[in-house]
Each structure stands twice: as C-alpha cells, then as structure tokens.
Design a binder for this molecule. Structure first.
Ligand code: FES
Ligand code: FES
Length: 937
C-alpha cells in the first residue's frame, strides 16, 4: 500500500475495511477518503467530479450509508466499513446482495453511457435497495438525487433500479445471449464496453498514474483581459521544494498556436504578454504531487495588470473597440450566409408576418469527468493518454506544438466521462506534452471542476433576430434570420457554428424565400465551441417559437402547421438540396398527433377549471440536423483483420464518449460480414493501432464510421470468398473451428493457421474509407452541405406555478427518424439524455464567466427534474447510411427547449425573449404582463 509524506504529524496508520477486506493506510487524517481510495488503494472506480459534494460521483457506502467520499476525511473512517463500486457485486454485509443485480440491470437497460456517474449511481441505489427492495419512482429519485448524470437523462437508471429491486431474491436471470449472425443490427445489444463501466474498472483520464509521475498545474489569468509579467522562476523553484520546473510560451518547442480548424487556429498553449480571457493559461508548474497541491497560486511570480475587457457582442462590435485578434476587423471571426429566393419581396407579399428577437447565454458542458490525462516521452516520441473526442486532431496539434512529426505523437484515448463537444478541443494535452518533452518524465494533469469550467469551451451565447411570413392557409413563404454568436476569445468551433446555423435555421420545413446571416464575434470571454448541435439548438429556439406565432396568427393548430410545411423528398431545402429519400420529418410530426390532441384538450380543461396558481401547456418543435461536417471532407477509415484463429480484429478509432460507437460500429460490421458479435476483438481509438475515424462529433460516427465498417466488412467477406474460390453469394460461418465457406453443396474450412500474415499481422486485412458525398456551398450557400440529415419532433407537456414562476416538465414525447435503429436501447439513451440537456437549456442553465464556477451554483438537471420520455423511433432509411442509419447524438437535444418554451406560452401566454426561462424571469414576465392587462389563465 502506498503511503504519503512520512514527515506529516497527522499520519496514520488508519485501519478500516474496504470491500470486506482489511485496509491500513498512512495518510494525513484530513485526507479525503476519495483520494485515499483512488490513489493509495488503487480503487479508481470511485470517481471524482467536483471534490465539493456537488456531483455525487464519489459516492461510497460508509457503514452501509451512502456518503460523498470527497467530503469524508480518512481520519473519520478508522474502524469503519467502506464499500466502493468494486465491492458491490460481492457485498454480503446486508445479506441482500443487490449489487450484482443492479449492475446487470444497468447493463440491460442502457443505464450507463459514459459511465462516469455510474459507480456513484450504483452505490446510491444499493443503499436504497438494501433497505427497500420495492421503491416507488420518487423514492428512487430521492435516493439517486445527489448523483448527477449528464448523459442518460436518468430514466433508464430509474427503470434499472426498480427492476433490480423487484428481482432481488428471485432466481438469477439467464445472461443476455448474443444475436445470431446477421441479426445484430436492430438488436438491443448490451454495450460491449458496459461491464467495465458497471464494475468500476473502466480507465478514465484521471485513473492511471505511471510510477514516478509528476503533477502539472496551470497558472491562469484571474481577469477577463490582462497584461502580465513574470518574476524570478529560479527563486520560485528554490523556495518551493518539490517544484521541478516552470514552463511558459518560451518553452514551446514548435508553434505556440493550435485550433480545431487549422485555417482559424489562434489559441496559444500559453498566452504571451496578454491573456485574452479569464482562465487562460500563462504558465505551467510541474513538480511532485504534494508540492503542486500545496502550492499557493498567489506565490507564483507573475504580476497582472487588468485591462478593460470586451464582455459582450455590442461592446465587441462598437466603433473603436480593441481588436482581440489582428486581422479580424470588428472582432468578427467569420460570417455565414445562406440566401435563396427573394425574402424581402416574399415577406411583403405574405398574408401574415411575425418577428422576434431571442437571446441565449453560455451553457456549460458539465460532463461528470473533468479533463485529465498523463503523458510520457519515449525517445523521440511523446505519448498522451487522456480523455478526448478527437485523437487524430489532438495528434496533429500536439505535433505542431512540439515541432515534431505527427507520427511521433501517440494519442491513447481513455474512457471519456462525457464530452458533448468540449473534449474535441485540447485541454490538458499541450501542458502534458510540453512538460513530458522537456523533463523526460511522466507527467499528469487533472483539472479541478472550477478549472474545467473556467477554461474549457461552452455553448455559444446567441442573439437572434428573425422575421417570417406565411399565407393565410399557413404555407410558409419566407424567413429572414440573423444571428450573432459570442465566440469568446478564440476561434474554436465558431466557424462551424456560423456555417451550420444558416443551413438549419429554417427548421425541417419548406421555406421558398430565405435569408440567414450569421456572425461569430470575439469577446474577452471563455471560448465558445462545440456543444451538441453547433448552434442549431439556439436557432431552433427562435425559429420554432416564431412558427408557433405564425400558426396562431392564421388560426392553425401548431402541429398541423408544421405537418403542412414539413420537407419531403421533392421539396428543396434552403440550400437547394432535394433529399429524395430518408426525409422522415412528416412521419415524426404525425406520430405525435394522437398524444398532442389528447394533451391539448386535457390541458385546456385543466386550465379552465384551475382555481390555484397552476397552469398547464403543451408545445411542439421540429428538428433537422445534417450528419457530419458542413461541405467539408469528413472521412473515417476502418480496418478489419482476419486472424489465424478465425477471430476478427476490428480497429475502430471512433472514440466512444458514452454514445455507444464501440457497440454500434461492431453491430454494423458483424452483420455486413455475417459473423456473430462474439467473434470480434475490438481495438478502440489509439492512434498507434487504429486508423483515423475522425472526431466524435456532429452525429457522424454511426453514419460515417459505421459506413466505413460496413464497407470494410463487405470487402473482407469478398476476400474470404475469393480465398475459398467461392462466389460472393457463398455463406461464411465464423466459429470456434475457424472459418468455413459454404458455396452451394461445397463446404471448405479455411486452413488459416498455415496462411502467411500480411504487414498488419493478419491473414487478410480489409480497410475501407467512407467520406459522405457533399459539395461546397456557393456564395449564397447553395449546394449539398450534408449527405444525410436526421429529423425529429418533440412534444413537451408542462405545468407552470404562476406564483413562483417555476416550470415542471411532465412528459416529453420524442419522435426521431433515425433511418435504421441499429441499437434501439442506445438510441433511446441518446434521446433521453438529449431531452435532459434541452430541458436544462430551456429552464435552468446559464453560465456567467467569473461567477458560479462550480456545480453548486451552475445547476444541471438532476433525477427529479427529468420527466418520463416516450421515444418513438421512425425508420425512414437513408440510402447512404449503413443499413439506412443516420445520426442521433445532436438531433436529440435540438427540439426539447423550443417545445418547452412553446408549452410555456401555451400555458400562460408568455414568450420569454431571454433564455433560460428561470423562475425569476418567468415570474417577472407574469408580473409585467399582469400590469399590462394580465397573462392568460
Ligand atoms: S466528487 Fe464528491 S461529490 Fe463530486
Ligand atoms: S452516464 Fe451518467 S454522466 Fe455519463
């Protein structure tokens, strides 16, 4: 067992029991239990998401009661009994042995996505079920209420807990069986990486610490904008035993500049001379862990001179404003534009016109796993093992920063505890690479929650003005849309947001006359980047509310208005693309019709008879979203190898951030090859062993990597048939005896063991690349930006307390055209998680840089906030996608917020122009409306 600083007077030994084994640790008595478990005892199943009692990821049982291990001092634990996730399956002290059943139920129901919250959830649920095997839904919500999950939307967790309770004491269910060959697509296959997530053995960014590792800590600007000068580093190091080095911009061996879009790269690893946003790093201190942790940042020799920052769009655009980046006049990073028809003329001719302005704020990703990883130098190479969504992009940027060839950088993605777009950008990687390179020692960095919040990208704040018109029969005629996005101090994904929004701002409807102009504008705030939907959730909030206004003005039912205007295979999109097949929006909207009509009449009656402050409303919103990059190359490459033992190696480089690409790509590959799932050996995302599958973003992995997997599998199948001298119509059986080819009445077992191996070490290697067919957009944004779109529509039923201004979402019905549901359980998980994030965006989430930089003040939905979600899966097959499949990741979040906001208007006749609709804003709007005539109801 490792020990801490032997000179510390507060040292143990402290004796307690962990997972029914005796443990003895030497550590300061005030040391956090979470840290001792993870770093002294190697029980890294217990996760740390905040170190402040806010997230519950660190929940363990202390003498049978759930506690946050980050709030318990190890000195309090002496003589106690601690159970962590690693001990749940074998925990016998209660006599109930519920842990294993819970873990299995989590797997079967898809209750673990990224898995970062899963240990805490399982422990909290164990504590409940040991006392109450048959909890009600609200008892489950109470029990897990202190554990945050950003991925699942909680509903599958609640179902799993209830089912596990109900099956306590019953005979063990038979383990789930694998689907037959050819039947994997469409199967509710348990995620292939699921077992590691429920038993606590998955390795996340902070979970591995090579021997002799030094710690890295960034020194960051406390101001939105500041000049700075360094003092005497040698003296600082001399006076701080255990500190080994300080690195700044001067120590960057290559280019002190990176960015996710090379043409716009502008972000330094370390600021030079001036920090452009609060939280920007100016230096990194490296040393022994305890010295780094004990370091007072105020001791670091840097003198700050605070400068007047630009903190909003108007200030950045004002005449005479400072330029945050030279060469970007008016602080405009980039503009986007899509124009079709004559919007001014069409609006003038429209029977009805509505206009509005909406504002949304920064939204924090709030994944449960803060950024973390380690790096080491191996000769002329550097290896970085970190939590990332984009290993090959990381590789390119790190190579440029170090001034070495990309082949000399190896990126090994860990399990990713939630990303949602932010882990596409570099975080810990540059600091780790620079320190490991210079010191030739392993180094490790783990962001604190506050550091994660202040320094990493956010959803873009937006200000949207729009005007739309339709005929008196409700046919949309025109939309004039303009949006400014606050992109913060660096470009990150600002260009993508500015380009993607004009393509999508019409919504999934036929709008013959259209103009959408966007700008991404720099300010001295934290960079805004990718966050599930790349600006489309913001534009949908404005556009879907405007369409409700138009429907109301022509006296049409709001759902029927959308059905009337829905795109189909023959109507052109606003970029002039005619999609022909796989346009499922009308089907999605029609699927909502029965529930819509019922809710409309029930809620009208409820409101009519209401005597108290409660009012109910129902809202609907549609969505479309192009899968993959906008008019840019977007390839994925999959490699499959047939081994001598007949097993199949699948080199799958799409990072699974919880959405399930490890499983879905394997399902596609299996059916295209005709092999059962258990014949595959999965090799996931490591730039040394997997080809480039691109970044995990823009809902592209099922479509692009899945298609590459399908193609590679078909090629391998062809090669095997050829090897056997059989036709392509032959059937192939992969089993423990190897590979047998049946062609008509002939059968041949391949003698794989005696065949030579190729350069990849396989008998046959098959590699395929797929790049979705798109075309560049012209100066008016006309062309083919995406090969495939996903479609969907959500319906939200809500209740508003008009005295308190609070909004409770009662139910969301979510219809999504996914082309082909490769794995319905995983798709439902994406939908439910998207609904939860959309709910947060609509009602509670707004980040103000410099304030509330923690999960105590920045609130995300907890279990009690998320309503039942009914998912309706529509399969309008894409002719391009693998087995017809489309993406779902971003699609799921887009319609929720506008559906809720439309429901808010339906309930009380109020439209908030500033989102989120927090209770203070809702209440203020009610009071304001009362003064000017009174809100409805
Ligand atoms: S890490 Fe303990 S509650 Fe978040
Ligand atoms: S599965 Fe809950 S945070 Fe990811």
């Amino acid at each position: 067992m490792a020990s801490g600083d032997e000179s510390n007077a507060e040292m143990g030994p402290i004796v307690f029991r962990v997972n029914e084994m005796r443990a003895v640790v030497s550590a300061p008595s005030m040391e956090r239990l979470s840290r001792v478990l993870r770093e002294n005892l190697g029980l890294t199943g217990t996760k740390v998401g905040c170190d402040a009692g806010d997230c519950g990821a660190c929940t363990v049982l202390l003498d049978g009661e759930p506690v946050c291990a980050c709030l318990i001092a190890i000195g309090q634990v002496a003589g106690c009994d601690v159970t962590t996730v690693e001990g749940l399956a074998t925990r016998t002290s209660s006599g109930a042995a519920v842990g294993a059943g819970l873990q299995q139920a989590f797997l079967v129901h898809g209750a673990a996505q990224c898995g970062a919250c899963t240990p805490g959830m399982l422990v909290a649920a164990t504590a409940l079920l040991e006392k109450n095997a048959h909890p009600t839904e609200s008892e489950v919500m109470d029990a897990i209420g202190g554990v945050l999950c950003r991925c699942t939307g909680y509903r599958k967790i609640i179902t799993a807990v209830k089912e596990a309770g109900a099956s306590i004491g019953q005979s063990k269910a038979a383990p789930a069986s694998w689907p037959e060959a050819g039947a994997a697509v469409g199967d509710r296959l348990i995620r292939l990486d699921g077992a590691r997530k429920v038993n606590g053995t998955d390795i996340f960014g902070a979970d591995e610490i090579p021997a002799g590792t030094l710690a890295v800590r960034a020194i960051r600007s406390p101001f939105h904008r500041a000049r700075f000068q360094f003092g005497d580093f040698e003296k600082f190091i001399r006076e701080h035993p255990g500190i080994e080095a300080v690195f700044t911009a001067k120590d960057v061996p290559g280019k002190n500049c990176y960015g996710v879009i090379p043409r716009f790269a502008d972000q330094p690893a370390f600021a030079e001379g001036e920090a452009r946003h609060r939280g920007e790093a100016v230096a990194a201190v490296v040393g022994h862990t305890m010295a780094i942790e004990a370091l007072e940042v105020s001791d670091f020799p840097v003198r700050w001179e605070e400068l007047a920052p630009l903190t909003d769009i108007d200030a950045a655009l004002a005449t005479g404003a400072i330029l945050i980046h030279h060469g970007r006049p008016d602080n405009v990073l980039v503009r986007g534009r899509v124009v079709r028809g004559d919007v001014a003329k069409a609006l003038a001719a429209a029977d009805v016109v509505a206009e509005a302005e909406y504002e949304t704020g920064f939204v924090e990703h709030a994944y449960i796993e803060p950024e973390a990883g380690f790096a080491r130098r191996v000769g002329d190479q550097v290896e970085i093992q970190a939590s990332t969504q984009a290993p090959y992009m990381d590789r390119g940027d790190i190579a440029a920063i170090l001034g070495i060839a990309p082949d000399n950088v190896r990126i090994i993605p860990t399990a990713v505890g939630g990303g949602f777009g932010s882990k596409l950008d570099l975080s810990v990687q540059p600091f780790l690479a620079i320190a490991a390179w210079h010191l030739n020692k392993p180094v490790r960095m783990v962001y604190s929650r506050t550091e994660s919040i202040v320094s990493t990208t956010k959803r873009h704040p937006s200000r949207i003005r729009l005007r739309g018109g339709c005929t008196k029969d409700g046919k949309l005629q025109a939309l004039d849309f303009a949006a400014d996005f606050n992109t913060g101090a660096y470009s990150s994904w600002g260009p993508t947001v500015a380009a993607r929004v004009p393509v999508h701002a019409s919504g999934p409807y036929y709008v013959p006359h259209y103009r959408a102009l966007t700008r991404a504008i720099h300010t001295n705030l934290v960079p805004a980047g990718a966050f599930r939907g790349f600006g489309v959730p913001q534009s949908a909030i404005a556009q879907e509310q405007l369409y409700d206004e138009l429907a109301d003005r022509v006296g049409m039912d709001r759902l029927e208005f959308r059905i009337l205007n829905a795109l189909d295979g023959s109507t052109p999109t606003v970029t002039g693309q005619v999609l022909r097949d796989g346009v499922g929006i009308r089907t999605c909207l029609e699927a909502l019709r029965p529930r819509w009509r019922t809710a409309r009449s029930e809620f009208a009656e409820f409101n009519l008879n209401a005597t108290g402050p409660m009012r109910r409303g129902v809202g609907v919103a549609g969505m479309w979203y192009g899968c993959g990059n906008t008019s840019l190359p977007n390839p994925s490459t999959i490699r499959i190898g047939l081994k001598r033992d007949g097993r199949i190696a699948l080199h799958q480089g799409a990072v699974d951030i919880g959405q399930g690409s490890n499983t879905i790509v394997t399902q596609i590959c299996a059916d295209a090859l005709g092999a059962r799932i258990e014949r595959f050996d999965l090799l996931s995302g490591d730039t040394a062993i997997t080809p480039d599958c691109g970044k995990t973003s823009a809902s592209r992995q099922t479509l692009v990597t899945g298609k590459a997997a399908q193609m590679a599998a078909e090629q391998l199948r062809h090669a095997i048939c050829k090897l056997a001298g059989a036709c392509d119509c032959a059937s192939i059986v992969f089993d423990d005896r190897g590979v047998t080819v049946h062609d008509g009445d002939k059968s041949q077992s391949l003698k794989l063991a005696s065949l030579p191996l190729d350069a990849h070490g396989y008998v046959i290697t098959s590699e395929a690349t797929f790049d979705p067919p798109t075309s560049p957009l012209d100066e008016n944004g006309q062309g083919v930006p995406y090969a495939v779109y996903g479609f969907g529509a959500h319906m939200a039923e809500i209740e508003v307390d008009t005295e308190l201004g609070t909004v409770r979402v009662l139910k969301v019905t979510a219809a999504h055209d996914v082309g082909r549901a490769i794995n319905p359980t995983l798709i439902e998980g994406q939908i439910e998680g998207g609904v939860a994030q959309g709910l947060g965006m609509a009602l509670m989430e707004e980040f103000f840089p410099g304030k509330g930089e923690n999960l105590h003040d920045y609130l995300i939905p907890s279990a009690g906030d998320v309503p039942p979600v009914e998912s309706i899966l529509i399969e309008d097959a894409s002719p391009i996608g693998p087995f017809g499949a489309k993406g779902i990741g971003e699609q799921a979040v887009i319609p929720t917020a506008p559906a809720i906001l439309n429901a808010l208007h339906d309930a009380i006749g109020i439209r908030l122009r500033k989102i989120p609709a927090t209770p203070d804003r809702v209440r203020a709007a009610i009071v304001g409306a009362q003064k000017s005539g009174g809100p409805r109801g």
